[in-house]
Design a protein around this ligand. Structure first.
Ligand code: AMP
Length: 209
């Protein structure tokens, strides 16, 4: 099963992807996580991406396409994968078509105000990558990761200012993907304002139909 998850920042892509990879036994490919790892390691790629990410922009199509092309060749993708955060532009989507045949594209849709509110309440574990939300999905012990006990942090781009820019970037550059995949007849749209479990159910229902 080869899937793509589309949605504005904080629409719930990462949370749903984590559930879907367990359900279907496929690989989770988050381009945002991959870039954050490069930033943390201080590689050349990370240094190129760092300021663009912090400002809420997109790294170049060329760069991200090259990363994904290598990633999907890995062994853990044999049974399929979920691309979380890629493609984000029509150019990326066209290149992806040359690489693989997708089964479905899931679009998690929610109003801008909801996403901005969620985004600023988001907390991430810098060690294991688990994500929480002070409003909807709090950790059991405030500020501490349930999974590994690490102190939770806020992403540098989860501020109101960067968040607004990321939502704007989504509308300008990524929203056209909805029409792109609708035309191909592989788009499933789900209401991202539902409770997390309901969103998962809607997605699985759509995928298994
Ligand atoms: P995410 O964790 O998916 O919100 O991604 C964090 C940031 O990484 C984005 O705001 C972009 O700056 C960058 N990024 C992630 N995926 C892509 C992509 N497919 N194309 C361009 N930039 C990306």
């Amino acid at each position: 099963m080869k899937l793509v998850l589309i949605g504005a920042p904080a629409a719930g892509k990462g949370t749903q992807a984590a559930r879907l990879v367990k359900h279907y036994g496929i690989a989770h490919i988050s381009t945002g996580d991959m870039l954050r790892e490069e930033v943390a390691k201080g590689t050349e790629l990370g240094n190129q991406a760092k300021s663009i990410m912090a400002a809420g922009g997109l790294v170049s199509d060329e760069l991200i396409i090259a990363i994904v092309k290598e990633r999907i060749k890995k062994d853990d993708c044999k049974n399929g994968f979920i691309l979380d955060g890629f493609p984000r532009t029509v150019v990326q989507a066209e290149k992806l078509e040359e690489m693989v045949t997708l089964d479905k594209v899931v679009y998690i849709n929610a109003p801008d105000e909801v996403m901005l509110e969620r985004l600023t309440a988001r907390q991430t574990c810098p060690k294991c990558g688990a994500t929480y939300n002070k409003m909807f999905l709090p950790s059991k012990k405030e500020g501490i990761c349930d999974v590994c006990g690490e102190q939770l942090t806020q992403r540098k781009d989860d501020t109101v200012e960067a968040g607004k820019k990321r939502i704007q970037t989504f509308h300008e550059q990524s929203e056209p993907l909805v029409g792109f995949y609708e035309k191909e007849g592989i788009l499933i749209e789900v209401d991202g304002t539902q409770p997390i479990d309901e969103i998962t159910k809607s997605i699985i229902h759509g995928l298994d139909a």
